[in-house]
Design a binder for this molecule. Structure first.
Ligand SMILES: [Fe+2]
Ligand SMILES: [Fe+2]
Length: 483
């Protein structure tokens, strides 16, 4: 009897190993363009299939979420030998569509290791997916922005096709990293994941297999606020409680390796709330060496003439926070074209940067904007500002691989179309502080920014509340106005 049990345990382990191996190869080999349409139809057939893996508070956690008809579910976790090592129950957000977005926090992870998991709710069970947990503090992130999964009403398959472009970009990044002996351990997206903020678009966003195996961290773009679905779709750690926030979400932070990531909703312009969030994140992680912010709105890139007055206001609001808390790098979007700024402090260039160059112990912050995945912009109207060290205007699709180590942040940028490097920069610090002074130069108007930005943010929310109720969503007044 004992022997039989041992034998069946062995068979189970082998089956799990095989399942893991199969899903490893599915992750490593891309779903190619040729079979994307077929794959996409199957991947979006059931609402539950929109599974997404998100970073946890630190490397010992992962967040998993999916849509479900049932209001309860669980994630079952396996170690690399296929042994079941945990079950994690879900919390549920009731969606306007009458079902739920479930979320489970996988905790207690120890690296270096590979784990496998599946999700279960009602009578549905997901495929088994794998993910890796790092054992040291070095890792590679893939940064992209303005993915713009788009449910264009004039194009029947636009969600499928824009999700296909996203999948192709992920494949290019994972393949490029692999060729350099690295793995993509994190995907950062600086907003406008969806063009109209619609649930079907977010379902398309979750179609690539990578989204279930590599933690995917997003921030809110102005397009993600065009409807309410981003509010239900996301499941993130350390979310900020704010006096005023967007209805669809808020800031959150996580730590990976030696990097504290501030994932900020720059649509919400209540600056006192953002400052409180950043301060609390820093105080919770005083010894983490690198500080990287990700938010949607571009500050320094250039002058699409209609946007320059908005950018000027945003610079006045954001620069003091970057200066006070010594942000090393800000990863942005919104402009749809690629730029890397000089080292900026007090809204001025303090050190010029150049393509391929290194900045050591920078006395300020480098701001980077990448091109859009589905809507890259390259037109004659773009006038680059004097604060930009390197720009690359193209209609090709750009992605960036960022190597984070204790000594440096190395950014390399490529196009999907020809795979050539189009830009790079290295940021080095010889101590946790580097060249940062953590001081914000005093300006007479700083004290009133908090008040004015709160009032302006409140009026902004009134506009969004009105638009969303016009779309037919039933939103409680207080939450509509304050988030
Ligand atoms: Fe955009
Ligand atoms: Fe945008």
């Amino acid at each position: 009897m004992k022997k039989t049990r041992r034998f069946s345990a062995l068979i189970m382990a082998l089956v799990m190993l095989f399942t893991c191996a199969a899903s490893f190869s599915a992750n490593a080999q891309s779903v190619s363009d040729v079979i994307w349409n077929e794959y996409y139809a199957a991947a979006t057939e059931q609402i539950e299939a929109a599974v997404m893996l998100t970073p946890g508070s630190n490397e010992s956690e992962r967040y998993v979420s999916w849509y479900s008809k049932a209001d309860k579910g669980e994630v079952v976790l396996f170690d690399s030998l296929g042994r079941e090592i945990g079950k994690f129950s879900t919390t549920a957000k009731a969606t306007p569509q009458g079902d739920y977005r479930l979320g489970a926090v996988i905790s207690g992870l120890k690296g270096p290791a590979t784990y496998a998991y599946y999700c279960k709710s009602g009578d549905w069970k997901s495929k088994t997916y794998t993910f890796s947990v790092d054992g040291d503090k070095s890792f590679t992130a893939m940064y992209m922005t303005d993915i713009h999964i788009s449910g264009d009403k004039y194009e029947e398959n636009s969600i499928r096709d824009t999700a296909g472009k996203f999948n192709k970009t992920l494949t290019a990044g994972v393949t490029k990293a692999f060729a350099g002996g690295k793995t993509v351990d994190l995907i950062l997206s600086a907003g406008d994941q969806a063009s109209d903020g619609l649930r079907d678009e977010y379902t398309g966003l979750c179609a690539p297999e990578y989204i279930k195996s590599i933690p995917f961290a997003t921030v809110i773009g102005n397009h993600d606020r065009k409807s309410v679905d981003y509010r239900y779709f996301t499941f993130q750690p350390n979310t900020a409680k704010m006096n005023l926030k967007s209805y669809v979400g808020t800031d959150y932070w996580f730590v990976k390796g030696d990097v504290l990531f501030f994932m900020i909703d720059s649509n919400n312009i209540s600056m006192a709330d953002h400052r409180r969030f950043v301060k609390a994140a820093v105080e919770a992680n005083p010894d983490v060496k690198w500080r990287v912010a990700v938010f949607h709105h571009d500050l320094y890139s250039g002058r699409i003439p209609s946007r320059e007055s908005e950018n000027e206001l945003l610079r006045i609001m954001w620069a003091p926070i970057a200066d006070e808390f010594g942000f090393d790098l800000c990863l942005l979007g919104h402009s749809h074209y690629y730029t890397i700024s000089n080292v900026m402090y007090n809204n001025k260039t303090v050190t010029a940067t150049e393509n391929g160059g290194t900045v050591k112990n920078a006395e300020g912050t480098v701001y980077m904007v990448s091109g859009s995945i589905n809507n890259p912009r390259n037109d004659d109207n773009i006038e680059l500002s004097e604060n930009i060290g390197h720009a690359y205007l193209t209609e090709d699709t750009i992605y960036n691989l960022i190597d984070f180590t204790n000594e440096s942040i190395v950014i390399r940028s490529y196009t999907v179309e020809d795979g050539e490097e189009i830009g790079s920069i290295t940021i080095e610090k010889t101590s946790n502080e580097g060249g940062h002074t953590y001081k914000t130069p005093a300006k007479w108007y700083y004290p009133i920014i908090d008040v004015i930005s709160f009032i302006a943010g409140f009026f902004n929310n009134i506009g969004r509340y009105y638009d969303n109720t016009q779309l037919g969503f039933d939103i409680p007044l207080f939450e509509g106005l304050f988030g």
